[in-house]
Design a protein around this ligand. Structure first.
Ligand SMILES: Nc1nc2c(c(=O)[nH]1)N[C@H]1C(S)=C(S)[C@@H](COP(=O)(O)O)O[C@H]1N2
Ligand SMILES: [Mo]
Length: 222
């Protein structure tokens, strides 16, 4: 299958992200996904409950905004749509979510982009339980969007009825202005600058990530 504009294929499926200088976070044995926002009392969805929701297998490529794509992955997990049905009160129009990882990563997304793109709360990759590199115990996977939307080590889902403000976890991430929709075929890399202009600058960012990741001696993309 063809890759979206400005992407190149990488070997295998490297661990990547904004927390590469740290090992994958440890996961408490009673881990549950916290849900808050949209007028709800904060509550938790235990992993056992997640396992009972409608599940799906998805064959998809994975596209990082820095320009690499990993191809031919097979994910399994609860559909994001089923998760929303489970947690949203009837009559509440949730339009956006913010997802939080155990390592501090955060990402916003429009509900329609996640649902129409077939997003999963994935707990299996290529027939095996998700490992620490790729987001154990459960991650969001949104194949139609750049990788930064697909929060690993999912810890919290915040529900919103309009576009949330001040989502980014750090000043640096805020300055980078990741595109709020991040659709790969539209090349929505950045909120302010056209995606194709950023192909080379973003690709140059892979190398500093590689250096950081050397601490954990893990492979990063080419
Ligand atoms: N919790 C968490 N999720 C994250 C990240 C991160 O640093 N922490 N990085 C994002 C980015 S930029 C990418 S490209 C993908 C990388 O996923 P992988 O490590 O499974 O390849 O995870 C996304 N989700
Ligand atoms: Mo990324």
């Amino acid at each position: 299958m063809a890759l979206p504009p400005g992407q190149h294929q990488t070997k295998g499926f490297p661990r990547f992200g904004t927390a590469l200088h740290k090992p994958p976070p440890s996961v408490p044995s009673d881990h549950a996904i916290e849900v808050r926002g949209a007028g709800l009392e904060t509550f938790k969805v235990p992993l056992a409950r997640l396992a009972e929701l409608e599940r799906r297998g998805v064959d998809a490529d994975f596209h990082c905004v820095a320009g690499w794509s990993a191809t031919g992955l097979h994910w399994e997990g609860a559909t994001f749509e089923a998760f929303l049905r489970e947690v949203v009160a009837p009559g509440v129009a949730v339009t956006h979510v913010v997802t939080f990882g155990l390592d501090g990563h955060r990402a916003e997304a429009r509900v329609e982009d996640l649902v129409e793109g077939g997003a999963l709360l994935a707990d299996r990759l290529d027939g095996r339980p998700l490992d620490g590199d790729h987001g154990a115990p459960v991650r969001l996977v949104s194949p139609s969007q750049y990788g930064y939307v697909s929060t690993k080590h999912l810890r919290r889902v915040e529900l919103h009825t309009s576009r949330p403000r001040k989502v980014q976890s750090s000043r640096a991430m805020h300055l980078l202005r990741p595109h709020p929709r991040a659709r790969v075929w539209e090349e929505e890399r950045n909120e302010l600058i056209p995606g194709r202009v950023l192909r080379i600058p973003y690709r140059l960012l892979i190398r500093p990530f590689r250096t950081l990741s050397a601490y954990g001696s893990r492979r990063t993309p080419e």
